[in-house]
Design a protein. Structure first.
Length: 148
């Protein structure tokens, strides 16, 4: 579902925002800006398209194998993985077919222009960290060992 939503939004952005380049939604706070990002976050490693494609495919394959192998029962962990995988696939599609990622969401206090897939990956990674720190059995076992 994440991939479908991302794809639909990007088609709308390409068809409607690209011709006008920018649209201010909330003055001084939020705008839509069409950007063709050939790099990673903040435009780093521009033109390293194949590195990003290979890395993204490797991470997606790893996460999918983990999901099928471990069959996690935690809804939080499953949501985290779905967001990371879906967002990764959304940006992977852009890199493969366009050679860049279509970005469009611009918030004044967060300088880089991002997209829906970026936020899915970010939120998924945040949820994964929350899961690893507060919920995993590994963390609980370490606390038990320390408490004797």
């Amino acid at each position: 579902m994440v991939v479908v939503i991302d794809y639909i939004i990007k088609i709308l952005v390409i068809n409607n925002l690209k011709p006008i380049s920018s649209l201010e939604i909330i003055p001084g706070l939020f705008s839509l800006n069409y950007v063709e990002n050939k790099g990673a976050a903040f435009g780093m490693l521009a033109n390293a398209r194949w590195i990003f494609i290979v890395f993204t495919i490797a991470v997606i394959i790893f996460l999918i194998i983990f999901l099928f192998w471990k069959k996690p029962t935690s809804k939080l962990l499953n949501v985290a993985f779905i967001l990371i995988i879906g967002g990764g696939i959304g940006n992977l599609i852009d890199r493969i077919f366009y050679g860049y990622v279509v970005d469009y969401l611009s918030i004044s206090f967060f300088p880089p222009v991002c997209n829906f897939a970026d936020y899915c990956v970010t939120i998924g990674a945040f949820l994964l960290v929350i899961y690893l720190i507060f919920i995993t059995d590994y963390t609980k076992k370490n606390k038990e060992l320390k408490n004797g």
